[in-house]
Design a protein around this ligand. Structure first.
Ligand SMILES: [Zn+2]
Ligand SMILES: [Zn+2]
Length: 371
C-alpha cells in the first residue's frame, strides 16, 4: 500500500517528505494508521549523527494511531484498536522483560537499522523501490507504518492522539527519570536541567513523588515560566544561577537528584550535575548527545559521598503497564499532557518544526497526519 512520510537521507541533511510503498504485515505484525507523532529530539540526533543509524530512514518513534490490519498470529491488539507505538519492543519473555525491565528488551537489538525483526524492510521509496528502515523499527513520521505487535500498546479510545503520542516516549522518559530512576522521596530537593518534552515530565514526576523543592535550570525564559505550571517550585536560567539556592535549601550538601534532560548532553554537563548532587544522591542522565568516553566527575566523589550516575532508557518504564497508567492519571487530572503540545504541524512542515525546536519555541511539537 501507499504511505507518505518524512525521510532523512544523510547526516546533516533535511527531512524530505516522500511517497512510500509499505509492505503488508507479517504474522506478528500490525499495520498502523499513524494519527499523530511527537517531534522528539532523538530523531534530530539521527540527523546530526549523534546517534548512528542506517540511512536513509523514515523518521519518528513517538506515535499513536489506529490498527488497520493484523498478521495471522497477532494477539496483543486487533483491528480498530487505538495504539501507542513503543520505540523498544516489550516482548514479555526475554530475560529483561521477564524481570520487569522491558525498557531494555532484548528485541531492541539491531534497531539502528530500522528493519523489521526478520531483517527485511517494510518501507520502500516509491521512486526507486529501495527498501529502507523506520526509526526504531517504527517510522511515525509516515502516515502508515507496519511494526511488530510487541511495539504496540492498546490505548483507551477517548484519548486524543496528539496527546497520546507523547506518552510513548517523552512523557514516560521524563516521568520515569524522576519516579523510577531517581527514586525521589517526600521531602527531597530535585534539580531538573532543561525543560522540553522530557524535562517537563521529570518536573511532574518529581512533584508527584513528593519532592519538597523542584528546581529547574532552563535558559529559555518562557519555558521557565511554563515549568512553574507543571510543578516547578523555583526556576533559574542556569545551574550556576541555582547553586546558591541549592546550597541554602540543602545545608550546603547538594540536591537529592539532579535530572539531566537537556537537548544534547556531554561530559561537562554530566559533571556539572554530579557536582550539585549531594551525598547518596543521584545524577540522572536521560539525554542523548556526545559519545566521547569522558565525564567530568571525580572518582573519589562517587566513593566518599556514595553518589551515583544513573542512565535512563524509556524512563525505566514497563510501557505495557506504564503507558495506560500515565494516561489514566491524565484522565484523572493528576498529570498535565495537553499543555505539553505547544504547536501542531503538517508533515510537510517538519523542517520548520525542528527549527522551532532548536530555537526553543516548543515544549513539544506534534505532527498531525492526514490520510
Ligand atoms: Zn523520543
Ligand atoms: Zn523482551
Amino acid at each position: 500500500m501507499k504511505a507518505r512520510g518524512a525521510v532523512i537521507h544523510e547526516i546533516g541533511g533535511k527531512w524530505e517528505v516522500e511517497d512510500l510503498e509499505l509492505s503488508g504485515p507479517g504474522d506478528h505484525e500490525v499495520l498502523v494508521q499513524v494519527m499523530a507523532s511527537g517531534l522528539c529530539h532523538s530523531d534530530d540526533h539521527f540527523v546530526t549523527g549523534d546517534l548512528a543509524v542506517t540511512l536513509p530512514m523514515v523518521g519518528g518513534h513517538e506515535g499513536a494511531g489506529i490498527v488497520k490490519e493484523v498478521g495471522s498470529k497477532v494477539s496483543r491488539v486487533k483491528v480498530g484498536d487505538h495504539v501507542s507505538t513503543l520505540f523498544i519492543p516489550a516482548c514479555g519473555t526475554c530475560r529483561y522483560c521477564a524481570r520487569g525491565q522491558s525498557y531494555i528488551c532484548n528485541n531492541g537489538a539491531g534497531m539502528e537499522h530500522g528493519l523489521a525483526m526478520d531483517g527485511t524492510p517494510r518501507f520502500h521509496l516509491a521512486e526507486s523501490g529501495k527498501g529502507i528502515g523506520g526509526v526504531t523499527r517504527l517510522g511515525t513520521f509516515a502516515n502508515y507504518l507496519v511494526c511488530h505487535e510487541s511495539q504496540t500498546v492498546k490505548l483507551p479510545d477517548d484519548i486524543p492522539f496528539d496527546v497520546a503520542c507523547l506518552v510513548s516516549c517523552g512523557v514516560a522518559t521524563g516521568w520515569g527519570a524522576a519516579v523510577n530512576a531517581a527514586v525521589i522521596r517526600p521531602g527531597d530537593v530535585v534539580l531538573v536541567m532543561g525543560v522540553g518534552g522530557v524535562g517537563m515530565n521529570a518536573v511532574q514526576g518529581a512533584r508527584h513523588a513528593g519532592a519538597d523543592h523542584v528546581l529547574v535550570a532552563e535558559p529559555v525564559e518562557w519555558k521557565r515560566e511554563a515549568a512553574m505550571n507543571f510543578g516547578a517550585s523555583e526556576v533559574f536560567a542556569s545551574v550556576d544561577d541555582a547553586r546558591e539556592r541549592i546550597a541554602h535549601l540543602t545545608n550546603g550538601q547538594g540536591v537529592d537528584a539532579a535530572i539531566i534532560t537537556v537537548g544534547r548532553v556531554d561530559g561537562d554537563i554530566i559533571g556539572q550535575a554530579f557536582e550539585v548532587t549531594g551525598k547518596a544522591g543521584a545524577t540522572i542522565l536521560a539525554s542523548i548527545g556526545s559519545s566521547d568516553k569522558y565525564i567530568a566527575a571525580s572518582p573519589q566523589d562517587f566513593t566518599n559521598f556514595a553518589k551515583r550516575i544513573q542512565g535512563v532508557m524509556y524512563g525505566l518504564c514497563n510501557p505495557v503497564v506504564d503507558i495506560p497508567r500515565l494516561l489514566q492519571m491524565y484522565q484523572d487530572g493528576r498529570i498535565k499532557l495537553d499543555e505539553l503540545v505547544t504547536k501542531r504541524y503538517d508533515v510537510s512542515e517538519i523542517n520548520e518544526a525542528y527549527a522551532d525546536m532548536h530555537a526553543g519555541n516548543n515544549i513539544r511539537g506534534v505532527i498531525v497526519h492526514t490520510h
